[in-house]
Design a protein around this ligand. Structure first.
Ligand code: ATP
Ligand code: MG
Length: 425
């Protein structure tokens, strides 16, 4: 036997038994977003490497060590998208969507990061991204938070996630803060891990984002960015926080929340859970007013968030919230021979045209009555419709309710849709 080829590590298959669950989660996202007037945008899974380097930042986890970057056959450097914001902005600029306009957009699909695979952390994973362009105040930020809260409510775990918020202020304020932070960290240089030492000169803010528990005390005692902000930035953040209060969204201010990408400024936020171990963040976002300009567009205020669908799935699984809908009206046609199968295919079309919502499976694989009944039962169907020798001879079809002990009955094939009316809920 030939050797089997396995999937690439950290890239998962979703098997038929769970696809309906994935779809039902995605359906919640999509219907909530359209109820808020957000529109879907689709863009490629692959972009020029330069797009991500220029936006995410050279000294970030993603660009330093997580990107799938290749040379294509023309020798051009291309990268599988590690996140969606850069591609979304690129597409909007390329098609003039940001020119004197506001946009409220979303996308859903796979992202790729070469990380160490573990529970809740994969090399191919799915994100839902939501981005709003052309609105500068904290009001649109409040709308994004409301959307998130609506997601959690509809999915049933609103009480298991906590909102953390922070502000990163303006670029000039961050630069001022960087000096103060570097001074503090240099004083404690002997406590820095290797990553942080490297970042000290190249991207000190990232040190606040360190996942290393040994760094956490040092980070907690560091001077706070919020303390060096000017009045205007503080006001922006205060209005945002007051809005959260007005909307009755509980939150905590986390002064070391900086996010792992360089393009953020002002409001940033994460939704975290204590149910998923160290992969605690299910959703993260913030304002990124400098990015559009950085990609060659006119300066355009922008804010967005992305959530990891696998983490949402895991969280819901942990909480016992994933339930396959039972097929309470499904029909299964049992057919004794090829002639009966053809008859069954014809009858199945007649049923589907009257009851388009109902699942009608035809057993096209033959087998004894006994084995076909077993399959019908296993499929979860409510009714078995039987076409045996007798039924073929008399142009009848038999109906057996698989979920109660009711007697099997036979009816004229022409009357099947009418008879089913009494059975189906
Ligand atoms: P983390 O701190 O967990 O590495 P991140 O800051 O790199 O997350 P973002 O780039 O903000 O994550 O992505 C937004 C969301 O996408 C995360 O909150 C998470 O839910 C999800 N996510 C990110 N990386 C992965 C991954 N490798 N596998 C599964 N989900 C992921
Ligand atoms: Mg990461």
């Amino acid at each position: 036997m030939a050797e089997r080829i396995q999937a690439i590590r950290g890239m998962n298959d979703v098997l038929p038994e769970t696809t309906a669950l994935w779809r039902s989660i995605e359906h919640v996202f999509m219907s909530v977003l359209s109820s808020y007037g957000y529109q879907e945008i689709r863009f490629p899974l692959v972009e020029s490497t330069q797009l991500f380097k220029r936006t995410i930042g050279e000294v970030t986890d993603i660009v330093e060590k997580e990107m799938y970057t290749f040379n294509d056959l023309n020798g051009d450097s291309i990268t599988l998208r590690p996140e969606g914001t850069a591609g979304c902005v690129r597409a909007c600029l390329q098609h003039g969507l940001l020119h004197n306009q506001q946009q409220k957009l979303w996308y859903l699909g796979p992202m790729f990061r070469h990380e160490r695979p573990q529970k809740g952390r994969y090399r191919q994973f799915n994100q839902l991204g939501v981005e709003a362009f052309g609105m500068s105040g904290p009001m649109v930020e409040l709308e994004l938070i409301s959307i998130c809260r609506k997601f959690w409510e509809q999915l049933g775990f609103a009480n298991c996630v906590q909102l953390q918020v922070n502000t990163l202020g303006e670029l000039a304020e961050r630069q001022r803060y960087k000096k103060i932070l570097v001074e503090y960290l240099t004083d404690h240089e002997h406590q820095l891990d290797e990553d942080s030492k490297r970042r000290l000169t190249r991207n000190p803010l990232r040190i606040l984002d360190s996942k290393n528990p040994e760094m956490q005390q040092l980070v907690a005692n560091a001077p706070k960015l919020i303390d060096v902000l000017d009045e205007k930035s503080r006001e922006h953040f205060q209005t945002f926080c007051e809005g959260l209060d007005a909307l009755s969204v509980p939150y905590v201010v986390n002064p070391v929340l900086v996010r792992g990408l360089d393009y953020y400024g002002h409001t940033v936020f994460e939704w975290v859970t204590d149910k998923l171990g160290s992969q605690a963040t299910v959703c993260a976002g913030g304002r990124y007013d400098l990015l559009v300009d950085q990609l060659g567009g006119n300066p355009t205020p922008a804010v967005g968030f992305a959530l990891g669908i696998e983490r949402i799935y895991l969280l819901m699984e942990t909480l016992g919230l994933l339930k396959n809908e039972t097929n309470k009206n499904a029909l299964y046609i049992i057919a004794v021979n090829d002639e009966a199968v053809v008859r069954g295919l014809i009858i199945s079309e007649i049923i589907r045209s009257a009851y388009p919502q109902i699942e009608v499976s035809v057993n096209t694989a033959g087998g004894s009555f006994k084995s076909q009944f077993k399959k019908a039962d296993k499929s979860g169907a409510r009714l078995a419709l039987i076409l045996g020798e007798d039924e073929l001879a008399t142009q009848q079809i038999s109906i057996k309710d698989l979920r109660n002990g009711a007697e099997q009955i036979s009816v004229d094939q022409n009357t099947i849709n009418q008879v089913l009316k009494d059975y189906l809920e």
